[in-house]
Design a protein around this ligand. Sequence first.
Ligand SMILES: [Zn+2]
Length: 237
Amino acid sequence: MKDHHVHIGQFNDVYYIPTDILRIVVDAGIEKCYYSSTSSCKVGVTLGEIEKEIIDCTKQFSPDTMQPLLWYMPDYIRQGITVDKAFANIPYRGIKLHPRSHRWNLHDSKHLDCLHSLFGFADIHRLPITIHTGEDEYEWPCFFEQFFDKYKNANSILAHCRPLDKAIEMFKKYPQLKGDTAFVSKENIQTIINRGFKERLLTGSDFPITHYFGKKYGGKDISLEEQYREDILNFLF
Ligand SMILES: [Zn+2]
């Protein structure tokens, strides 16, 4: 079984030690995962800091099974960090975009050029490019539609499939497009299946963010390990 959506690093006020998180994932019997570092959302973070976390992980866990994603944010453009440079340093296995945490401006030519380089890279190397989706227009499933249209060999994945109707609309238009089940309700998963897109669904947990929210908003007091065991039960659909 594969978890297409795992995080390591700093998330708000909690630091999730990267190798500890991957150890929990492996011990739960998950054979492969995609992971990215939420430390990317820290103010003033540098790629070097993130690379240290990923290197720690790849020393212990093969990047062919526990697969790191390059979380690319627009500020890297200003820093001169290109996708080729980033991949030359670290055995990344895909790309992550998070238009809620890091806004992309499709009217800014630098942003556009950069997005073409990212999707183009994923297209050539047939890599996953996981995109956060949500309720606001700048994170809708159709926000990056022009790139789905142009780069059909990029394995674009709509994380969270939100809003559901807009995600389904994209599935209909772009046969290569997938969605992950992270924080998708059982009801919405069923709707996607009923609409004929079961094969587009990739299992994803968003662990350990599930633990963070469960504790903070659900008053849950369980271990990370227990939380993850609950998370992967949702993979059976
Ligand atoms: Zn996530």
